[in-house]
Design a protein around this ligand. Sequence first.
Ligand code: SF4
Length: 369
Amino acid sequence: MKRSMTREKIFEELRLRLHDTVPEAELWYKSEIIVQINELKEKRNALILGHNYMEPVLYQSVPDFVGDSLELSRQAAQTDKDIIVFCGVRFMAETAKILSPQKTVLVPSAKAGCSLADGITAQDVRWLRKKYPGAPVVAYVNTTAEVKAEADICCTSANASAIVQSLLSETIIFVPDEYMARNIAAETGKHVVLASLHPADEGETQLDVQLVGWHARCEVHEKFTVADLHAIRKQFPDVVIAAHPECSPEVIAEVDFSGSTTAMIRYVENTTAPRYLLLTECSMADNIVAANPGKEMLRLCSVRCPHMNEITLEDTLESLLRTRYVVDVPEPVRSRAYEAVRRMLTIEPAPPSDRSLSVEKPPSSSHSR
Ligand code: SF4
């Protein structure tokens, strides 16, 4: 959406895209906030990045780029703007700061955390390294800067398998997402064990361990169950189901397609099915429907990420107005975390796994506005 548009034009454009999802009165109210954000963005030489999980009006309006963590990380690394406003959760804004330390990085809400990032500490990673000496550590990007600083390489859901497969080591530590570790193990044929501070809980011999996981989960994706899928398939036998790899391996085994948020968007865009169901954060389905009005999308949507939900247009405006909340990462931590993120950015994502339909390889760059 162009920065110089009037409130009326913004409203018209939003109404065209979102008339099925957002009431007109709300669109009109938000159009005024968008005008103010666009003016400030220009004045302050700012770049706004929007994650795929942003609510539909924000997603469709102020971001210069929208995408998944990997794509937005790349944009953060390339920008020549003075300020980056990251409409996403804190670990994403921290990653932007790690990549662009000379920029002012803002996150609109101080409360936008993540159950995965909160599920492991730097101390836990040091403990894992002692327990599995010599094993490289892969940290999912949903981690704090301190945890990234302890890792050898980061990954996102778009490139996790490619990164694990690129490492020439018999044992690899993969943290913190239990389900993603188990899904990667299934995809790559590795034997996984979930490390525990209480070895009796691990329940497996360590002799042939190839992938060591941790026990954190995404509080959103863990909610989807196989019983949900069976119920939906019974009611809609022709539904095509795509799931994010933060869902359980049992759920992933039942779906038609699994991939990152961007891979799911491309999948829907590039395939033809009577109806789709996406097992991921709810706002994404709204955003896909807005971009693909001809596609029918089923909703299983009691599932909104409470952390992503903290990011609003109002807070984005306040963020630019008052320069809040500034994201800082101490330089000794940042420089070590940078190496892990930089290594990740040199590896291309593998094509997503598709169990039934043909899909074009998703583009590797985020889409700009
Ligand atoms: S959806 Fe899950 S992984 Fe993503 S920010 Fe929310 S809690 Fe974290």
